[in-house]
Design a protein around this ligand. Structure first.
Ligand SMILES: *[C@@H]1O[C@H](CO)[C@@H](O)[C@H](O)[C@H]1NC(C)=O
Length: 277
């Protein structure tokens, strides 16, 4: 697929999902897009009202940061540190990657009493089960001494597990007794509401968000995000009886299929392929 044939970027599709979602348009007033370089900041200002430039001196994030390279790791850890600073300022937040489509207001599905709740690549069926596979791309965190200490611990664990990204490290530290000592209440969100390409939300009557996780390559990701958005619009256009009949399911993953990762015939620049989570 050639770039020239793609009018929409990830951020366009992301914003489009808020506009077409149920009860999500009003959330755009509360959405702050964090740009990691000047170009992204400029682009943000063209398409959205609230943009924040998170500039890291000496670091250049302006090119695609390929999965697990030094620049990628630096970027992912920078965001944990940034979110910690938001908690210290007293803000609760929902963090979302831009490759997550927002189809319904997620707030009614959040746990009322959790400090840290996070979406999953795979959901075990039990939201308290630390064996769940969390995905750092979507979480809801409430500001408290517990969550602030947790974020500090998470960030500092980077030193304990060098070369791992923040999601891998979360999978190590989620078992750590310190979390219980802090009294942090961690909950894992059901893929029935917070789905993704790893494990799609089965019922479009319930879905809140869909993440283009388990996806290899930016073009593949864009392709499947577009299909997802089309599927959602098709669902919205169905008469109520058909909506309830559960007749409709997602046509994705298509190009994001993990099978295609293994079958993919790498071009010469295989080092430039990206596993987008
Ligand atoms: C869910 O997981 C928690 C923590 O592992 C466990 O204590 C609880 O019994 C589990 N609940 C069910 C219904 O299996």
């Amino acid at each position: 697929m050639k770039h020239g044939q793609l009018p929409n970027t990830v951020i366009d599709l992301f914003l489009e999902s808020f506009r077409t979602g149920q009860g999500t348009r009003r959330l755009l007033n509360h959405l702050v897009i964090v740009a990691l370089d000047q170009k992204a900041y400029k682009r943000c200002m063209e398409v959205h009202a609230h943009c924040f430039a998170l500039v890291t001196r000496g670091l250049d994030f302006h090119r695609e940061a390929y999965f697990m390279t030094d620049v990628y790791l630096e970027m992912m850890w920078r965001r944990i540190d940034f979110l910690r600073s938001l908690l210290e300022l007293g803000y609760n937040f929902v963090f979302t990657d831009a490759d997550i489509m927002w189809f319904r207001d997620p707030f009614p599905r959040f746990f009322l009493d959790a400090d840290f709740q996070i979406a999953c690549d795979q959901f075990s069926g039990n939201s308290s089960d630390v064996q769940n596979r969390p995905n750092g791309g979507f979480n809801y965190v409430k500001s408290s001494s517990r969550s602030i200490e947790f974020y500090k611990f998470w960030y500092s664990s980077r030193e304990t597990y060098p070369g791992y990204n923040e999601q891998d490290v979360l999978n190590f530290i989620k078992f750590d007794p310190l979390i219980e000592r802090l009294g942090l209440k961690m909950r894992f969100l059901d893929t029935a509401f917070f789905g993704g390409l790893c494990e799609p939300s089965k019922d479009l009557n319930l879905v809140c968000t869909m993440h283009a996780n388990c996806c290899f390559g930016l073009d593949n990701k864009l392709h499947d995000l577009r299909i997802m958005l089309q599927d959602w619009k098709t669902f919205l256009s169905l008469p109520p009886t058909l909506k309830r009949s559960l007749s409709m399911s997602w046509r994705v993953p298509q190009t994001c299929s993990l099978n295609s990762v293994h079958q993919y015939d790498y071009p010469e620049k295989s080092d430039q392929q990206t596993l987008h989570r």
